[in-house]
Design a protein around this ligand. Structure first.
Ligand code: AMP
Length: 321
């Protein structure tokens, strides 16, 4: 399949690489890494990595603006399972479209689709594509891809890390001579204000009967701590391994967009199918949702609580057998 994708890449002089809204390191690193590998291999091509960026991820590279001829341009969408989450690319206008994704399949919206939900990250898929084809990476391309992969696996701690992940990462480190410890600081550095917000979040977490830990972060709280609306979501992985908590979420008021942004994580119960009911989705154990009224966030908590109840009950049954 990667060879088939490269065949399409070879056909077009102009290529746009898009990914999902609500940029995160895996989405951005995969598009920047793929763009730069294509440019390194085919310097005469024009390749644009598009989408709304964030100063926070500028260490991964620069994004581009595309205003060329759509009818002669190939679109590659990375890390995005459904059409509505594609950032800054009007899919129907492109000459040909390709999707490369590692989320559970949601819908077909491109001409050619490679979906591997066993892959740890979109970056792992781009790494594989580089090894499986004549695309040539540079050391910097692999450093960027490595950072995206490390971020999406939460430093290889999530269950999306498999032997395949370690296999390719070990090859990349060896073949490109990566000095991994020197790469981490821009990914993990954070302002003290965010750590103080983390203190607030830990203090205010409420836990339901069956282990849903939920944290509400109002606009007033964001202002008090001097942080932006993404800060609470950036902290969500830090709440793993709390004995009393199986599923946890942050509900953050986003007054600019008139919504509540919700980041959800799980240590067992499947959450993406529940998130989908609340204008969300994602992976089985790491999802997001958006609601416009607070009551819907509370309904989501109830649904998650029920999923935890069932999960605990089923675990009990297994242990009794
Ligand atoms: P986050 O909590 O933002 O880190 O997102 C965790 C996962 O859920 C990622 O794979 C996101 O792409 C996905 N996700 C987040 N928000 C949404 C949403 N509103 N709809 C669908 N998927 C989402």
């Amino acid at each position: 399949m990667f060879k088939k994708i490269l065949k399409e890449i070879k056909k077009y002089d102009s290529i746009v690489i898009a990914r999902h809204i609500g940029v995160d390191p895996d989405a951005m690193a995969s598009q920047v890494g793929l763009r730069d590998a294509i440019l390194n291999t085919f310097p005469e091509k024009k390749v644009y990595a598009v989408g709304t960026g964030g100063a926070k991820f500028s260490f991964l590279g620069k994004l581009d603006h595309f205003d060329g001829d759509y009818s002669k341009t190939l679109l590659i969408v990375l890390d995005t399972p459904d059409r509505k989450r594609v950032d800054s690319a009007d899919i129907d206008n492109f000459a040909y479209t390709i999707k490369i994704d590692h989320h559970p399949f949601m819908e077909k919206f491109c001409d050619l689709e490679l979906v591997d939900d066993k892959a740890s990250s979109a970056c792992e898929l781009v790494m594989r594509m580089i090894y499986d084809t004549k695309l040539e990476a540079t050391k910097r391309v692999m450093e960027v891809l490595y950072l995206g992969l490390v971020s999406d696996t939460n430093r290889f701690m999530f269950n999306n890390s498999s032997y395949t992940t370690f296999d390719i990462v070990s090859k990349v480190i060896k073949d490109y001579n990566l000095d991994i410890s020197s790469l981490y600081s821009p990914l993990y550095m954070r302002p003290l204000a965010e750590m103080r917000l983390f203190g607030y979040m830990s203090e205010s977490m409420q836990v339901t009967d069956y282990g849903v830990g939920y944290i509400e972060v109002s606009d007033e709280v964001l202002k008090k701590y001097g942080v932006d609306v993404a800060s609470s979501g950036n902290m969500i992985n830090n709440f793993n391994y709390i004995e009393e908590v199986l599923v946890w979420l942050a509900i953050t008021e986003d007054t600019k967009n008139g919504i509540f942004k919700i980041n959800i994580r799980s240590r067992g119960p499947v959450i993406n199918t529940i998130a989908e009911k609340y204008n969300g989705g994602g992976h089985k154990l790491a999802s997001g949702a958006r609601v416009t009224i607070k009551e819907d966030a509370y309904k989501l908590i109830d649904d998650l609580n029920e999923a935890c109840r069932k999960y605990i009950e089923e675990l009990g049954d297994i242990n009794e057998d």
